[in-house]
Design a protein around this ligand. Structure first.
Ligand code: ADP
Ligand code: MG
Length: 341
């Protein structure tokens, strides 16, 4: 675990007693990792200040450097312009393998604590500010906010099943303090066509664009318009070198995870080998219902960019597109071989 690797007893002692303006301490930052020895990272930031040298930067910096391969002289650059993508027509016009495409970016409201440390009162203010901004969106982004607090159980379950809503059953996230006061201050905004949405105060805010099929350009274009329109009204937390700041340091930089839900029964027969193949291409394979879930019936996986920092959004999506094209080619070959065997 990167937490225990870099939080040496000496550093732990030095950080003891430091408190950010939002009341974040080393005890809060390390709690989830301490309670979950299986964690790969193990630390969560309680606010933007947590990442700063005066507070807990001495712990976050080496973790980020190792996890993202991001050196002390590197500076993150963002590029949310979809016209900079190359060769991204529909990846799968015949609808052979790709079921749907989703891109999400994580954001946190500037000037407030992040979800592991925010107070119930502040969470309600954050919700109100973001919902006011969401209600001002126009055109295809126009939609409705569904508060989790007033949602009936049947609707909640259906929205989770349809991939439109988050859950509250991740132990690592829970132990980080993120589910305090659940479900107060949380909810989901969905555009009328349900292709654009925002999860308010999940692990971070998660702005997403999701549609059936494999039109990556269209998904990115919508995401980008939505994220930029919101940022005009609600400033988001940023770092001068790391870019976007998030609760979990794995998401800093772009905060972006771009994924396709893809059906590859032949090349995923050996799941472990398939996941390693994806990793070798800079991609991560998850199950059909998000992180830590099982693959779907018939080899369905959520394949996304693994890296979030040090490459722009455009570069990361380009990497996904190129990798997924290769996976599709391999799947076609494997299925021809299986048929002729
Ligand atoms: P994140 O934390 O990146 O938002 P999760 O792994 O928690 O992602 O998944 C969130 C939800 O989004 C889950 O329901 C997951 O199945 C869904 N999802 C992710 N990628 C896709 C995709 N390409 N098509 C449809 N649903 C997706
Ligand atoms: Mg998640």
């Amino acid at each position: 675990m990167l937490l225990t690797k870099y939080l040496t007893p000496e550093l732990r002692k030095e950080l003891e007693g430091i408190v950010t303006p939002n009341g974040v301490t080393i005890e809060l930052i390390e709690r989830s990792g301490m309670m979950n020895p299986d964690a790969k990272i193990g630390l969560y930031a309680g606010d933007a200040e947590s990442y700063q040298p005066d507070y807990f930067g001495r712990l976050f910096d080496p973790v980020i450097a190792e996890y993202h391969g991001f050196g002390p002289d590197d500076k993150h650059v963002s590029d949310l312009d979809p016209t900079h993508l190359k060769d991204v027509g529909n990846l799968d016009p015949a609808g052979e393998m790709i079921i749907s495409t989703r891109i999400r970016v994580a954001r946190n409201s500037a000037g407030f604590a992040f979800t592991p440390a925010i107070s119930k009162e502040d969470r309600l203010v954050v919700e109100k500010n973001l919902v006011d901004a969401l209600n001002s969106l126009t055109g295809d982004l126009k939609g409705t906010y569904h508060s989790l607090e007033s949602m009936d159980e049947e609707t909640r379950k259906r929205l989770v099943e349809e991939h439109f809503l988050f859950r509250d059953d991740d132990k690592h996230v829970e132990d980080a303090g993120i589910y305090r006061d659940w479900p107060s201050g949380r909810g989901v905004f969905l555009s009328e066509d349900r292709k654009f949405g925002v999860w308010v105060s999940e692990e971070d805010h998660r702005i997403f664009s999701l549609e059936q099929g494999a039109d990556v350009y269209s998904v990115f274009d919508r995401l980008s318009r939505g994220a930029l329109a919101l940022e005009e009204q609600v400033p988001f937390a940023r770092h001068d070198r790391y870019g976007v700041l998030t609760s979990c340091p794995t998401n800093v930089g772009t905060g972006m995870r771009a994924s396709v839900m893809i059906k590859v029964p032949n090349i995923s027969k050996d799941e472990k080998a398939f996941k390693e193949l994806c990793l070798s291409m800079g991609l991560q394979a998850r199950g059909m219902h998000g992180e830590h879930s099982e693959s779907g019936e018939g080899g369905i996986y959520d394949v996304s960019n693994k890296q979030r920092l040090g490459k722009s959004e455009v570069e990361l999506i380009q990497g996904l597109v190129d990798g997924v094209k290769k996976l599709m080619e391999m799947e076609r070959n494997a299925s021809t071989m299986a048929a002729s065997a």
